[in-house]
Design a protein around this ligand. Sequence first.
Ligand SMILES: Cc1cc2nc3c(=O)[nH]c(=O)nc-3n(C[C@H](O)[C@H](O)[C@H](O)COP(=O)(O)O)c2cc1C
Length: 202
Amino acid sequence: MDNALLNAVKNRRSFYTIGKEKVLSDEKIVELVHHAVQYAPSAFHSQSARVLVLLGKEHEKLWENTKDVLRELVPAKQFTSTEEKINSFKNGYGSILFFEDEETVKNLQQKFPLYQQNFPIWSLQSSGMLQYSIWMMLEDAGYGASLQHYNPLIDQKVKELWGIPETWMLHAEMPFGKPLAAPESKTFLPINERVKVFSQNV
Ligand SMILES: Cc1cc2nc3c(=O)[nH]c(=O)nc-3n(C[C@H](O)[C@H](O)[C@H](O)COP(=O)(O)O)c2cc1C
């Protein structure tokens, strides 16, 4: 199997050693994010996803502030390793923050009471689909990215720093940059234990 999409699926990895060297222009990065946000599916086409793109110094600001938040929470002895980890994200060029608009979800719950319990779940599922498509697009463009979850610890700080509406709920942070080291190899469960197939000629 060999085509660009299949390769992007396979080659998407969690890259933790990343640098600032330019791979795409800022305009191209934003174009890629626009593309993914516009075309990713959402329940009832509710388009509940919201995204914050932070590049260059704005990206560094995110991780410096994350460090400040964690410094207050992590025991001093463990903070050195926490700091090293956060610095590894800050070493990248940009971060993409994934939110879901809670107001959109609430409106759907009111409009379709039959499915009201499902909408928050579908909102998370559609955010995951968007995260995955951006992760693959970044990989395909020559970046390395990873998926981080410092929410909800940093939610308030992010809202203050970038004027994010109260209804936007942060779900994930994706730092990315030029890959500087290959990820470690990973092992896989036997695929036939995970996928069952039944087929009959029609
Ligand atoms: C829903 C979800 C949550 C994840 N959360 C984190 C996270 O908080 N921090 C992190 O470093 N990686 C996180 N990961 C990345 C996984 O650890 C990683 O995808 C997995 O180990 C497989 O490695 P690969 O991404 O290199 O294929 C998450 C992945 C998924 C799908």
